[in-house]
Write a protein of this length. Structure first.
Length: 79
């Protein structure tokens, strides 16, 4: 009777493929590091990729203020 060497080889190949697969990295640390737009009134942070409409909503709804008051260092990349 056979020893099942084909099955053992397939199992070993599957284990090796799983071990060699790239690990999925978490995006949380990257996102936390990229939060460098800070509201000067409430100190809430926003991602670098935040655009003017999102910042305008925050300034008007939360503080009844303007973007220039809440985010004096913000420079619009489209301007």
């Amino acid at each position: 009777m056979g020893g099942g060497n084909g099955a053992k080889a397939a199992q070993k190949r599957a284990r090796n493929a799983k071990a060699a697969a790239p690990k999925a990295a978490s995006q949380l640390k990257t996102n936390t590091a990229a939060m460098n737009i800070i509201c000067q009134q409430c100190r809430q942070t926003f991602l670098t990729t935040s655009r003017l409409p999102q910042l305008t909503l925050h300034a008007e709804n939360k503080h009844s203020s303007t973007v220039a008051t809440c985010f004096p260092d913000y420079k619009d990349p489209n301007a």
